[in-house]
Structure formats: C-alpha cells, structure tokens
Design a protein around this ligand. Structure first.
Ligand SMILES: C[S@@+](CC[C@H](N)C(=O)[O-])C[C@H]1O[C@@H](n2cnc3c(N)ncnc32)[C@H](O)[C@@H]1O
Length: 365
C-alpha cells in the first residue's frame, strides 16, 4: 500500500497492525512528520517522499492507496480561497490512485468533509465519466470511540473499489454496550491502567536532548511515548482559572472575576473552551492545540473539590494515547511539531478496523 499525506503514520500503523498489508511508499511534506514516519516504518528512508505530493511522480504499483489530505482546506467554507492549494490536494490523491493502478483506495477526512464541494467532486471523479470511473465508492461516518479508541472523533471515510463493495467496519465498542460490544474506553483505563502508566503529576516541560539524522537534516528524536509525558509552563493566572473547573465543566463555570475580559461579551458558543475532561469517559476530539486549555476541553481529568487537582493540559504522551498510539510508536520533531502530528493523526485502532474490511475484499477478489 501507499500512504499519501502520511503525517506521523497513524493510518499506516492501523493498516500494518491489521496484518495483511506492507508499506511500499508514503508522501509527507512536513520534514518532522516524515522523520517520525521513517523512524517507525521506513528506517532506511527508502520509500518516504518527504516533499510536496505534486512532485511525487515515481509512483509504484500497489493494491491500495490510503490517505487523508489536510482538512484546513475544507474547513472554513464561507471564506474559502479558491486559490488555496490545499483545496486541490484531493486531485493529487486521485492522480496517484490512477498512476498506482490501485484496486482500492481509502480516503479519510473530517466529519464535515462530506458536506463540501470537494467531496462532491471526489464522488464525481468516481462516477461514470470521471477519472476514477471504474471505482465504486462507499462513504462511512465512523466514530473512533466505537473502534476501541478512548476518544470521540467522528471521521468521514470514503472507500473506493474496483473489485466490489466492502462491508461496513465492525464496531467493537459502544457508549451503551449491547451484545458482544464493550463499553467505550475511558481515560482512566488508558492513563492509569494501561501498559504505560501516565502519572497525573508532571513537572518536566522539556523533551530529552536527542536527535536523529533524516535525509541530511538533524531532527529532535526519536522519542518514546514516556519521553512525551511533558507539560507546559502555564501562567499562574491560568492555573488559578483551571482550578475552578471541575470535570465536565468549562469556561462558563468560572467565577465572574476570573472570566477573560474578551469572553464576557460572548456568553454563547465554544462551550468546550477551558473544559476539563472526565476520568470515566473517552476524551473529546484531540486537535493540534491540545496543549492549550484555552482552545478546547483539554484539561487533565484529575480534580477534586478541595483535594488533589491537576491544573494542566494533557501532555503529549496523554494526547498520543488518546489518539490510540501505544508505546511502540516513536516520535520526531520539536514539541510543537509533535503536537501537530498527534492532533492530525488517524487513530490507529480506527484505521485498523477499516483495514480489516478492505483486506477482506482484497483477499477474496
Ligand atoms: C491530516 S494529516 C494526515 C495524518 C495521517 N493520515 C496520519 O494518520 O497520521 C495531513 C498531512 O498532509 C501533509 N501535507 C499537506 N500538504 C501536503 C502536500 N502538498 N504534499 C504532501 N503532504 C502534504 C501535512 O503535512 C499533514 O501531515
């Protein structure tokens, strides 16, 4: 298979874990993310194209192309700039699918992608007179929590096939389980009861001193999951604010005197801002700014009225675990670069569930 817009390789990780696939190519323009991909899946740097996808011309023949272009191009539709190159990246995806002669493709994107003109264009490419006319497409709207990820993260997955349809991926977990389904995985299970225990108290703010060589450049890394259990230097006033927010609460629960002046005028919307997570639930969707509580519900769940409180954002290690990565995955880049890789990734358990259904089709055709 070939992974386009591979990032740190979350999607590749899930497909390889499924067991039927091997990677023969990947494309990723961000050098740190490409170094992370290489550290995990391409140690000799043989197959990663760490450059713009439009310059990826030496396309190998594969059975499957997977990938998810960056979602920013699809997000702010109202103010969308038609010249924004990110809006055109799905076209590159289509080009590589054609040139690779793949029998199937898996295109991942944000939930709202299904409401964009680009989505319609992708479906049109796979219709009668389109560039991918011999592909049939199926669209799945999947929640990573239903597939054993401790996170509610809804994604649009388009599966294209020249060899017949696939079955919908098999859900393994549910909010209210029935039959064989297990309950959604909670933060308590993965932070405190997992293979790597991530203690709530953290003082370290720096990644360890270490570097790898990647295509002639020195990149910080390769870090293990435990190395990423580092916090931020939150300002004292921020910590005082965080201390007032109980699990499930957010900025609306701050006392008046601690409200940010600019927020007082906005009494609606963005309820997740400055939110605290809950021990016995999965996380909300992790984004690239997970280390900034002002950007979402990213406060650590440890909080007791008058008792022990942990007044900080999730660490990078906690965010990676919430994204379904385990301690096999290595990470390269600065703290900010690694945060971007984590927030952008497809949770490997979700990718694995999709891989299962795709493999079944490929292996029986
Ligand atoms: C949503 S992330 C992909 C995450 C990845 N599928 C995973 O599971 O980890 C999109 C990636 O596309 C990369 N990208 C953006 N523009 C690109 C381009 N023109 N060529 C190649 N990669 C690009 C970004 O650097 C980013 O890492």
């Amino acid at each position: 298979m070939l992974d386009l817009f591979a990032g740190c390789g979350g999607m590749t990780r899930g497909f390889l874990d499924q067991g039927s696939f091997s990677s023969v190519g990947a494309v990723e323009i961000d050098r740190a993310a490409a170094a992370t991909y290489a550290a995990n899946f391409d140690p000799t740097g043989q197959h990663i194209h760490a450059n713009d996808i439009s310059e990826y011309t030496d396309v190998p023949r594969v059975d499957l192309v997977i990938g998810g272009p960056p979602c920013q191009g699809f997000s702010a539709l109202g103010k969308r700039d038609p010249a924004d190159v990110r809006n055109q990246l799905w076209r590159e995806f289509v080009r590589v699918v054609r040139e690779s002669d793949a029998r199937m493709f898996v295109f991942e994107n944000v939930d709202r992608f299904a409401k964009t003109p680009e989505f319609q264009l992708l479906l049109r490419a796979a219709s009668e007179d389109g560039e991918l006319a011999d592909f049939d497409t199926q669209v799945f709207r999947l929640n990573a929590a239903d597939f054993g990820t401790p996170q509610k993260r809804i994604r649009t997955i388009v599966v294209g096939s020249r060899i017949g349809p696939v079955e919908g991926p098999q859900q393994t977990h549910a909010k209210t389980p029935v039959g064989d389904l297990r309950r959604w995985i909670s933060l308590r299970e993965v932070f405190l009861e997992g293979a790597v225990v991530l203690q709530p108290r953290v003082r370290e703010t720096w990644l360890p001193e270490s570097a790898v060589q990647f295509q002639g450049h020195e990149i910080p890394g390769a870090f293990k999951l435990r190395d990423l259990h580092v916090t931020q230097n939150h300002a004292l006033i921020s910590e005082i604010r965080y201390a007032h927010i109980a699990p499930g609460q957010g900025r609306f629960d701050l006392p008046e005197k601690l409200q940010y002046p600019c927020w007082r005028r906005h009494t609606r919307g963005a309820g997740d801002v400055l939110g605290r997570l809950c021990w016995d639930e999965p996380s909300v969707t992790i984004r690239t700014a997970f280390f900034r509580p002002e950007k979402g519900r990213f406060l650590h769940p440890q909080w007791e009225n008058g008792g022990e409180q942990v007044n900080r954002a999730l660490t990078h290690a906690e965010a990676a675990v919430v994204q379904g990565f385990d301690d096999r995955h290595l990470w390269c880049g600065s703290k900010a670069e690694i945060a971007r890789q984590i927030g952008n990734a497809v949770p490997p358990p979700l990718a694995r569930a999709v891989a299962e259904t795709v493999a079944r089709r490929l292996l029986t055709s």
